[in-house]
Design a protein around this ligand. Structure first.
Ligand SMILES: [Zn+2]
Length: 209
């Protein structure tokens, strides 16, 4: 059998990772099967170990140790349990933690609403978010979503669902680049944006004012 079918399958897998286009994936596949076979073996080992040792926190969706019932953000007594930061992806959390200014807890949606990609609100962890706001005495939900059009629509949708629960809904304020991800913002910009949060007012409320 020729090598091509294997390389195509590997390319298809790699191109499913965020930020990896088809061409980059093909270059990786050729490199991994070519002169970087030691790296391939190290990747297999590391992936296998991480799969065994890391799991998703059932409460917030962040990643945590496989032997821990809940992650350190959910159980940490040094975290403000009244303040909840919603992110699209658990991978955005390290950037927010790096600012050092946020001491609340987190909730990962696992994406954003996208009619183009067929992602509906039911595909995201929105029901779990509403449950947490009802049960955990949360006073403010910070929507630290990305700055794409679909993320903006998701934020408005969430604000509409959250407002009846009598919770303050805010978004990081200024300075975040347009059409970008939270995880890509530099720490100083993100820290200022998190400190100067703006309230999100659903469209139907705006009309009433
Ligand atoms: Zn957690």
């Amino acid at each position: 059998m020729d090598a091509e079918p294997h390389l195509e399958r590997l390319t298809a897998c790699l191109s499913r990772l965020p930020g990896i286009g088809k061409r980059s994936a093909a270059r990786m596949a050729y490199r991994l099967m070519g002169d970087s076979r030691d790296l391939s073996r190290a990747l297999i080992d590391t992936l296998q170990t991480a799969l065994n040792e890391v799991r998703t926190c059932p409460q917030c969706g962040c990643l945590t140790g496989a032997d821990q019932a809940l992650c350190r953000f959910c159980v940490g007594t040094d975290r403000d349990s009244h303040l909840l930061c919603v992110v699209e992806d658990p991978g955005d959390i390290p950037a927010i933690e790096k600012t050092g200014g946020f001491r609340g807890r987190y909730h990962a949606l696992m994406g954003h609403i996208s009619p183009m990609q067929g992602t509906s609100p039911d595909d995201l962890r929105i029901g779990a978010l509403l449950d947490r706001v009802r049960k955990e005495g949360i006073e403010e939900v910070v929507l630290a979503l990305n700055t794409h059009v679909e993320s903006d629509s998701t934020a408005i949708y969430l604000a509409e669902r959250l407002k009846p629960l009598n919770v303050r809904v805010t978004r990081p304020a200024f300075g975040l680049p347009a059409a970008s991800g939270i995880g890509y913002a530099d720490p100083l910009t993100l820290s200022r944006a998190m400190a100067g949060r703006n309230e999100v007012i659903p469209v139907n409320r705006r009309r009433d004012d």
